[in-house]
Design a protein around this ligand. Structure first.
Ligand code: CO
Length: 210
């Protein structure tokens, strides 16, 4: 039986290195988590939340799914958001997509992929919504990369529209939603300039790209 010994061995080395550098790191973390950031990202193995922003365990509360979707009936994502906002009191929610996202590319293809097509349907709805923008792109890769950006923007709007975030803003809780996109080619994140801090900004952003 292959018990993935090499990964468990890596883990021991990683733990030993952190203990040597910061002896109180794990005892402090074990007491509580106090992350300032919640992250909604793609499941893609190349986009690891903490790593690409240079943070450590304990710094980011993470939810990942195919193509970083925020769907209003997804209890998994909504529960993560609720715990992050109401219990951990994160100050920032980051939706981070990435160029070359397989989920976005698959959504643009006119073929069956199986069960996941029901998930990708949401990205196709986003593509339909922004058809006027996407129609300008003839190159297939440029078009899907544009949809990767628009998909992030749409999910930022969806985060802002959740009861969790709406209630937080109504309470006067300091909470900003950010839309970022990561390039796998050079490891650089771009801010899509769609930050939301309140309901008024949500309404303006909703109209900005339509
Ligand atoms: Co992806």
């Amino acid at each position: 039986m292959n018990r993935l010994e090499h990964l468990l061995e890596n883990n021991k080395k990683w733990s030993a290195k952190i203990k040597a550098e910061r002896p109180n790191f794990f005892p402090d973390l074990a007491k509580q988590q106090t992350p300032e950031y919640a992250w909604i990202g793609c499941s893609d193995s190349r986009v690891s939340a903490s790593n690409i922003v240079g943070l450590l365990p304990g710094d980011i509360f993470v939810h990942r799914n195919v193509a970083n979707q925020v769907i209003h009936t997804d209890l998994n994502c909504l529960s993560v958001l609720q715990f992050a906002v109401e219990a951990l009191k994160v100050k920032h929610i980051i939706v981070c997509g990435h160029y070359g996202c397989g989920g976005v590319i698959a959504a643009l293809e006119d073929k069956r992929h199986g069960l996941i097509d029901n998930w990708l349907r949401h990205i196709q709805d986003t593509a339909n919504l922004y058809d006027r923008i996407l129609a300008k792109f003839e190159d297939k890769n440029k078009k899907s990369d544009k949809l990767c950006e628009l998909n992030v923007i749409e999910q930022v709007l969806n985060v802002g529209a959740t009861t969790v975030v709406q209630d937080a803003w109504n309470r006067g809780q300091n909470l900003t939603v950010h839309g970022w996109i990561y390039s796998i080619k050079d490891g650089i994140i771009s801010d899509l300039d769609v930050c939301l801090e309140n309901e008024a900004e949500l309404k303006i952003l909703r109209k900005r790209f339509l």
